[in-house]
Write a protein that binds this ligand. Structure first.
Ligand code: GLU
Length: 292
């Protein structure tokens, strides 16, 4: 029965989360508080409005935005550094702040960050609260399953399955809006939490953008446990999140255009995600949209 089944799932999710906590420190582990508050990093003094620039990124998405000690790596991080440089900020003037999906608008609204580069899809709903430069990349929503799974082949094969996605993401919203029939959605704070649940066998699939899922699947720590289904069912235009009132959107777009034209975009893709993922060449690299 549904109620019994839910209780079982809830219990095993708790068990898996305990396991996840034990594996903190590994790629995809959950070693920082994913509560969504802006966690200030380093001893930087360059808060919003100060001499430097505060940039929101993901801390747990390999190949895109990853924090390991004091090191930040990934395509979003490198794009942020390129754009910041064009705006006149050196690398040591950038302070990276974790921006989990559900907190991104709030962090921009309350001035905790100046800009966000965090697999952040441009949507009309988000434009009510924040502004976007870009897009600088186009991904598509997909599914991550265990390598031996053969019955999940796309969003129409999820009947009776338990799915994990992240609160405040377009991924969770699309499942709720378009595919909710017969699907059980577990909302997490970060995708690395979801991947731990998949690894523990607690859920059947993780859903978010293909490039994010490919980053987890390629982690040596998971030793080929997972595969990306490869049947994308959305277009996610990654933008640079900005406060609604800003005077930098045009400059950020100019920097993105230059990054694409001078070959850096291609290099950064190859360096950060090239081994695990091939971007959709019909949609990439995109042309930034005019600022509103
Ligand atoms: N690109 C999607 C979004 O902005 C999913 C990835 C994410 O949550 O960062 O909601």
């Amino acid at each position: 029965m549904r109620r019994t089944r839910n209780a079982g799932i809830a219990l095993s999710i708790v068990a898996a989360m305990t396991l996840a906590a034990c594996s903190a420190g590994e790629p995809g582990g959950t070693d920082e508080t994913p509560a969504g508050t802006a966690e200030e990093t380093d001893a930087g003094t360059s808060g919003a409005g100060g001499e430097g620039i505060t940039v929101g990124i993901k801390f747990d998405q390999p190949g895109l935005g990853l924090q390991e000690g004091s090191e930040y790596t990934g395509f979003d991080v490198d794009v942020a550094r390129y754009v910041a440089d064009k705006l006149g900020y050196s690398e040591d003037q950038i302070e990276f702040v974790e921006s989990v999906s559900s907190q991104r608008e709030t962090l921009l609204e309350n001035g905790s960050v100046d800009m966000i580069f965090a697999t952040y899809s441009i949507t009309d709903a988000r434009k009510e609260r924040v502004a976007f430069a870009g897009p600088y990349f186009v991904a598509g929503q997909d599914l991550l399953v265990t390598s031996d799974n053969s019955d999940i082949t796309g969003p129409d094969t999820l009947d009776g399955k338990v799915l994990c996605s992240v609160e405040g993401s377009t991924s969770a919203e699309r499942i709720r809006d378009d595919y909710s029939q017969g699907v059980e959605l577990y909302p997490a704070q970060t995708y690395s939490e979801c991947v731990e649940l998949l690894s523990a066998g607690t859920i059947d699939a993780v859903t978010t953008d293909d490039v994010i899922l490919a980053g987890y699947a390629s982690q040596p720590a998971y030793g080929g446990q997972f595969k990306v289904v490869g049947n994308p069912f959305s277009e996610e235009n990654y933008g640079v999140g900005l406060p609604k009132d800003n005077d930098v959107c045009e400059d950020v777009n100019a920097a993105i255009t230059e990054m694409i034209d001078d070959g850096t975009w291609e290099e950064l893709i190859a360096k950060n995600v090239g081994e695990s993922f091939t971007p959709n060449a019909d949609l990439n690299p995109p042309t930034p949209a005019p600022c509103a």
